[in-house]
Ligand binder design. Structure first.
Ligand code: GAP
Length: 599
């Protein structure tokens, strides 16, 4: 992410908190990672999005009906769907920091790999140190009751060198020169022993009496950087395994290309990839036997498949037809990130559109186009949307085609929605596992078969985030005195804007203005979410509404009261957020004019 984009993202996150769109969950207790709460304006935005999705996907169509399934899900459902076995991310851990990463998100890297087979401590073992302390202190009458810290060992050695007048140079405190210093000291002391402590020191400084770590460790150093970088990283690795001053044992170095085996942040090697199931498990009732295990659903789709037969019977729909659902889903994401983009609790808007096998590919194209239109209709321009054809190797094995609809977030191009042709996999799996028929009977051909399905699956939270990112702007607008100043504005499509219209009396201490403004609020309230504000200068009030994306502002002034011109009685100014243009409108026409612009 460029510096400008990351600054933009910071401004967006801060505005979301300041103006009540999105807060961190459990914030006063330090927050819960990957979980978010929507404030008064966030909840309106989210609701507008979900309502519009429901309107175009369900209410405006003859071929789609809705449902609302339970969040807690039977183990058998998720076994049949493949989630118990396969709903896992391959994860790797950095062997230095223990940080966990998704294996498929590691970038390819080149450089030289240094392999260390082990390391030993350059400082003496505790026995060796004890002997050193005795030798340093008295030379003759050893006392072994003195506690000595390991960091003192070099100065103890230097003291012995001085007392015995040995010609050994002091070490530079790096591991190799420290080891060399002690080895020379051992040689000198053994040559002329004066007590039992010389031999005890020799033994205490032998390998493996010293601390030794036999774990091998690899470090990648990018081309152009020196070996000392690998050494520093490896030393940290062995220090974290208890060595105070590790002397490294280098086994090999070799050039590598396109590897994902190393942490790009520090070069340390990763563990081998391991699957990590992303589902949250819970227990139903007081019993702890395995039959009471349930899961928080990882997608809303499975409830639709499991209720397919019931809904088919009650709705008597003919193929092709769809079942839609909006609801919460839960995934124990390892790296929740980019604000709400990857959360552990989120909402999905999913449609399972059932069809005959020969219609699948055509309907996949149809739904991709419909979904692109949807995003354009909520204010996300087509040029910011991208369609990724998911390559064969990345697609679920049962899918015959999948598109990802991506949006250009400030943190990069990322998935908003997946549109997948899932064949008859889900219904076939549930039929097999439950032993209940999930077949469709075709009245015309008198054939029974398991329908295929095309699934557009969108994330509510990701779309809300895309709406906010797209709407956020800073432009120039005149202040009270006509001087230009920077204005924060959310240019939401009126359809999505949390507040549709703000109503302002020009002055709050003029009773007729206030009364008229409140009448207007009552007139508009049955049709839309309206906000009344009488405090502060009118320009300030406009700014506050611009910042939360309110598309229209109605001001009641003296003309409204007919004081200057009787012809203007019961008219108001209607201000549009983006152009800041004002027009004079009759109060009685307001509901209809506003409704035509926001619906
Ligand atoms: N039923 C198919 C399915 O769940 P998915 O691609 O895993 O497919 C669909 O999820 C959509 O749900 C994604 O495109 C995204 O918008 C949203 N989504 C998935 N994981 C999410 C997460 N951790 N946080 C926020 N939204 C998520």
């Amino acid at each position: 992410m460029s510096a400008a984009d990351s600054q933009r993202m910071e401004k967006i996150v801060s505005l979301c908190k300041r103006r009540g769109f999105i807060f961190q969950s459990s914030e006063i207790y330090g927050g819960l990672n990957g979980l978010w709460d929507y404030g008064p304006l966030g909840v309106e935005l989210k609701r507008n999005l979900k309502n519009y999705w429901w309107r175009v996907m369900v209410h405006e169509r003859d071929d789609v009906i809705g449902m609302d399934g339970s969040i807690l899900t039977h183990l058998a459902v998720l076994k049949a769907s493949g989630h118990i076995e396969g709903f896992a991310d391959l994860m790797v851990d950095c062997r230095l920091t223990n940080q966990r990463f998704k294996a498929d998100q590691i970038p390819l890297q080149n450089g030289t790999v240094f392999t260390y087979e082990s390391a030993r401590d350059a400082l003496p073992s505790e026995d060796g140190l004890l002997a050193l302390a005795q030798l340093a202190e008295t030379d003759q009458e050893p006392r072994i009751d003195k506690a000595v810290s390991l960091s003192d060992s070099v100065s103890l050695g230097e003291r012995i060198v001085q007392r015995r007048n040995l010609s050994i140079a002091s070490p530079t405190r790096d591991p190799e020169s420290t080891e060399k210093f002690f080895l020379e000291l051992v040689t000198e002391l053994i040559r002329n022993p004066q007590s039992e402590w010389e031999e005890r020191f020799r033994l205490g400084y032998s390998v493996p009496a010293r601390h030794v770590c036999g774990d091998s460790f690899r470090v990648l150093v990018p081309a152009g950087e020196s070996e000392s970088k690998a050494k520093k990283t490896a030393q940290l690795f062995y220090q974290r395994r208890g060595l105070k001053l590790p002397v490294l044992s280098l086994l090999s170095k070799e050039k590598v290309e396109d590897t994902r085996e190393f942490n790009p942040e520090n070069g340390a090697e990763f563990t081998s990839p391991r699957p990590f199931n992303l589902m949250f498990q819970t227990q139903l009732g007081a019993s702890s036997d395995p039959s009471s295990i349930a899961y928080l659903r990882p997608e809303t789709a499975q409830a639709i498949f499991v209720q397919f037969k019931n809904i088919l019977e009650v709705s008597r729909k003919k193929l092709p037809f769809g079942i839609a659902q909006i609801g919460k889903a839960f995934r124990n994401e390892i790296n929740p990130r980019n604000f709400t983009f990857r959360s552990r609790e989120f909402e999905q808007m999913e449609l399972e559109y059932f069809c005959r096998a020969d219609e699948g590919m055509k309907l996949l194209e149809y739904w991709k186009e419909e979904r692109l239109k949807f995003y354009e209709n909520i204010g996300i321009p087509r040029e910011k949307l991208h369609v990724l054809t998911v390559p064969d190797q990345d697609r679920a094995f049962y899918s015959k085609g999948t598109y990802d609809i991506e949006y250009e977030f400030p943190f990069g191009r990322q998935e908003l929605e997946g549109v997948a042709y899932r064949t008859d996999y889900d219904l076939a799996q549930h039929q097999r596992a439950s032993g209940k028929s999930l077949e469709y009977f075709d009245e015309e051909t008198k054939q029974k078969f398991i329908p295929h399905v095309v699934e557009p699956s969108a994330g509510v939270d990701r779309t809300v985030l895309a709406l906010i990112c797209e709407a956020f702007a800073e432009d120039q607008a005149p202040d009270e005195k006509g001087k230009m100043e920077t204005r924060n504005v959310l240019r939401f499509h009126p359809r999505m804007a949390p507040i549709k219209c703000a109503v302002f009396p020009l002055l709050k201490n003029k009773e007729p203005l206030v009364a008229k403004a409140k009448e207007i609020v009552d007139l508009l309230r049955p049709h839309m979410f309206v906000f009344y504000d009488e405090s502060g200068a009118i320009g300030r009030r406009y700014r506050r509404q611009d910042e939360v994306g309110t598309p229209f502002g109605v001001t009641v002034d003296f003309e409204t009261l007919g004081e200057k011109d009787a012809a203007l009685r019961d008219t108001v100014t209607l201000r549009e957020r983006d152009s800041m243009k004002q027009e004079r409108i009759a109060i009685k026409d307001l509901p209809q004019i506003l409704l035509s612009r926001i619906s």
